[in-house]
Design a protein around this ligand. Structure first.
Ligand SMILES: *[C@@H]1O[C@H](CO)[C@@H](O)[C@H](O)[C@H]1NC(C)=O
Length: 90
């Protein structure tokens, strides 16, 4: 009886490993996968900022969803903002 219990635990243990380390679900472009409390989430990748209007992450200091002549930056509170790029003549 004890031998059966040990065998069961061994089998369960063998399955628990790969299940825990299984491939993370791919996140959309600009996101990276994180595991919080055993649950996977997608957050903005490094140097990316979240733009709530589209629900997407864009690389900082690129135009992203901004208009022409603007670029996306994170302001003092970490929120994405479109700022006009100061164009240098010549
Ligand atoms: C930062 O951007 C957010 C979203 O556009 C805005 O609500 C907030 O007032 C801004 N904060 C500062 C310090 O500019």
């Amino acid at each position: 009886m004890l031998a059966v219990a040990v065998m069961m635990m061994t089998v369960v243990g063998a399955w628990a490993g790969p299940a825990r380390e299984r491939q993370l679900k791919p996140c959309p472009d600009g996101f990276s996968a994180v595991v919080v409390g055993g649950k996977q989430d997608c957050v903005c990748a490094e140097y990316h900022v979240y733009w709530p209007r589209t629900g997407l992450c864009y690389p900082e200091f690129t135009r992203g969803p901004c208009g022409p002549g603007q670029q996306l930056v994170a302001n003092e509170t970490g929120h994405a903002e479109c700022r006009s790029v100061v164009l240098v003549d010549k």
